[in-house]
Design a protein around this ligand. Structure first.
Ligand code: MOS
Length: 732
């Protein structure tokens, strides 16, 4: 099915099942420990061996030689496979740095060997015995230095944009700011580490892994191993979080595949936690210069945003200016992104890549402008709303209710109680409120599904879509149930298997809308098959209460299925509605903080997110996505930072003791409001994404609240107490 005209009324609009607050259908499997994660697959017939990775101890250079003799003699060791043994490998098309193979070291903790033993402990002990002789080369690890020689990347990455005369308008503006903001390298720090089990059967490879994108991952593994993609069977039915860190094939699967081939045993490899942060990808640090000019009544006349980020040679930008191209009105505009070469681990997508760090900067800058204009920051944003793409005014938004989010949020949060900076106090706590806009584009990807109606009346959905904790199982069941006139208890959902139709996968907040649209398309096919089999006119056929009805005939679905059952399969493809219309999601974050006047410790007191993201498919799972994202934004504002050793080129705090993510005690109260809306341009589901929207802007709202509490403007994340303490008032 191709979605190329705005949606009209369809069975999803009944909202009998879709849109209902249904608890996760996989919840019981997870809470009882029966949901099998990659490393946990356990088939009694298999004698698993355990692989433990060895990582490079330099950040750049070559391996002259490796001595594995002691490791091979260690107790229980079955094999040691080194990067020199397997030779130069092709990179998968989605990876920048090599995962394994050849003598070149591109970053610290790049995998250079896997030690395989009968037990995990034996493999780990023997891994310490591998000796490596390196020829170390000088690398570049400091973004501040590297930005001086940053370059404009190829046009495919869309580094520049503009409209009107930015320089002239900025120089002429009555009120202006020109400030530089920085965001640090961040790590996904998902709960489940990257893990894989690989088992060969002749030239066929079965892999259990933890993958957000089954088809990309499988293609990349085939390229890396040099085998036919069709020979690889990948299963990833349950995933303990990804945040973009599991979009692409990683070393665990490659090492497991080589180790299994060498030992002729199925091999398990999990990346140890202290290995993950340098071995895998991260959100790259940015340096962002923002210039905004406005007239006295607060209308933006000039807006400019430049961003510098770094990556491995041949790598990608962190697209931190993207929201600035779209979010606010203003006739004169300029954005530019430049890419520095760094020999740090590969930078890549992390939840809301681009917008998350971009809004961390932009939404402080907007707060600074409002302050300078003497305007309320909510009002300043309202004055600068746009209903068209401000760089291409002929392109309207499909639906944009940022204003509704700001107004609703201000009302519900008690925004009118906000005082002047430093004016509110509760004992030793300086109290402040902050606001930021949330904005994230709404992408769609082709997504396929197969639905089977069985003779028992149960509909089984098969798609290679993944559930990374987001609720895919549940919203897919709701979609099929709505389409076929059933309750969710009559729908079974099977996900994350490369034998199923290729889906959008989980990423870029495109998963929910795209994958349910694919299920919608497959269900349309199944409805047709049912109608045709019964000789019903497919125009007036109704699927309701487990029956299919046409005129005065009504047949139970189980009976319609017959002993053989019926199947519908299709892929949702997308026309150009996302080109003629700008499709985005919107929100507003409100935060109240307390800052300890003596120590500078910041504590979040309350958070509210108001989201406008099309139809909400399930308010429970959607809310869960948003409060999780708000929590992530709290980490980004207050604690998360990969500390770069700029001499040796690695992230120093590479575990969860040193890289501090928020805990429950950091998050006292969160609330989420969804605007009641649909977007018929987005899909037949009329839904959009919320998983990344929830993160966008949160950290700036917190930084702005800290400014309101203390009068101290911090432009360099995270906002730790050392950046506040010198500016706090004397303790009385
Ligand atoms: Mo998302 S960063 O595309 O998983």
């Amino acid at each position: 099915m191709k979605f190329d005209k705005p949606a009209t009324t369809n069975p999803i609009d009944q909202m009998k099942v879709v849109g209902q607050p249904i608890h996760r259908i996989d919840g019981e499997l997870k809470t009882t420990g029966r949901a099998m994660y990659a490393y946990e697959w356990n088939d009694a017939k298999q004698a698993y061996a355990y692989g433990y990775p060895v990582g490079a101890a330099i950040a750049k250079g070559r391996i002259r030689s490796m001595d594995v003799s002691a490791a091979k003699k260690a107790p229980g060791v079955l094999a040691v496979v080194t990067t020199l043994d397997v030779g130069q490998r092709e990179k998968g098309k989605f990876n920048t740095a090599k995962l394994f193979g050849g003598d070149e070291v591109q970053h610290y903790h790049q995998a250079i060997a896997v030690v395989v033993a009968e037990t995990f402990e034996q493999a780990r002990a023997a891994a310490d015995l591998v000796k490596v002789d390196y020829a170390e080369e000088k690398g570049v690890y400091d973004l501040k230095e590297a930005m001086k020689s940053a370059v404009k990347p190829d046009e495919k990455q869309e580094p520049d944009s503009g409209l009107g005369n930015f320089d002239g308008a900025f120089a002429a503006a009555s009120v202006s700011i020109d400030e530089t903001y920085t965001t640090p390298d961040q790590s996904h720090a998902m709960m489940e580490p990257h893990a894989s089990i690989a088992a060969w059967n002749g030239d066929e490879l079965t892999v259990w892994s933890s993958s957000q994108m089954i088809d990309w991952w499988r293609s990349d593994l085939a390229t890396t191993l040099g085998v036919d993609k069709e020979k690889i069977h990948l299963m990833s039915p349950f995933i303990g979080g990804g945040f973009g860190g599991k979009l692409f094939l990683r070393a665990d699967a490659v090492l497991a595949a080589f180790a299994a081939r060498e030992t002729k045993r199925p091999v398990k490899v999990a990346l140890p936690r202290p290995f993950i942060m340098n071995n895998t990808t991260h959100r790259p640090a940015t340096i962002q210069r923002i210039r905004i000019g406005a007239d006295r009544d607060g209308k933006i006349t000039a807006i400019g945003h430049e961003s510098w980020s770094g990556d491995q040679p041949g790598g990608q930008l962190e697209t931190a200016v993207n929201q600035t191209r779209l979010l606010y009105a203003g006739a004169n505009r300029m954005t530019a992104m430049r890419l520095a070469t760094l020999n740090l681990p590969e930078g890549n997508a992390m939840r809301a890549p681009g917008e998350a760090p971009g809004l961390m900067a932009l939404e402080i800058a907007i707060d600074e402008m409002a302050e300078k204009l003497g305007m309320d920051p909510v009002q300043f944003r309202i004055v600068n709303d746009t209903q068209v793409d401000p760089e291409k005014p002929e392109r309207p938004y499909s639906h944009r209710d940022l204003m509704g989010c700001l107004k609703t949020g201000a009302d519900r949060f008690g925004w009118s109680g906000r005082g002047r900076p430093g004016a509110r106090r509760d004992g030793n706590w300086l109290i402040g409120m902050g606001v930021a806009a949330a904005f994230r584009n709404n992408m769609v990807l082709p997504s396929g599904a197969r639905v089977r109606l069985g003779s028992d009346g149960v509909v089984t959905v098969e798609t290679d879509m993944t559930d990374i904790g987001t609720g895919s199982y549940t919203i897919i069941a709701q979609t099929a149930a709505e389409m076929m006139g059933l309750g969710v208890d009559k729908v079974a959902v099977l996900l994350g298997d490369s034998r199923f139709p290729v889906s959008a996968g989980s990423g870029g907040q495109f998963g929910a809308n795209s994958s349910t649209s694919g299920v919608y398309a497959a269900c349309v096919k199944l409805r047709e098959a049912v109608a045709q089999k019964l000789g019903f006119n497919s125009q007036d056929v109704v699927f309701e209460d487990g029956k299919v009805r046409s005129g005065n005939r009504s047949v139970p679905l189980a009976e319609a299925a017959g002993p053989e059952g019926l199947v519908g399969e299709d892929t949702m493809e997308w026309g150009d509605l996302d080109k003629t219309h700008q499709q985005s999601t919107f929100g507003a974050h409100f935060v109240e903080v307390g800052v300890d006047v003596a120590t500078g410790e910041s504590r979040i007191r309350r958070m509210l997110a108001v989201c406008a993201a099309g139809r909400i498919l399930n308010p429970i799972t959607a809310r869960s996505q948003v409060i999780g994202a708000m929590t992530m934004g709290a980490g980004g504002a207050l604690s998360e930072e990969l500390a770069v050793d700029t001499r040796r080129g690695f992230f120093v705090n590479h575990d969860l003791a040193g890289y501090e993510v928020p805990v429950h005690a950091d998050i006292p109260h969160q609330e989420v409001i969804f605007m009641d809306e649909t977007d018929p341009m987005s899909s037949p589901m009329k839904a959009k994404g919320v998983g990344e929207l929830g993160l966008c802007g949160v950290s700036a709202a917190i930084a702005n609240a800290i400014f309101n509490a203390t009068g101290i403007r911090v432009r360099h994340y995270p906002v730790t107490l050392d950046k506040l303490i010198g500016g706090l008032p004397d303790v009385a």
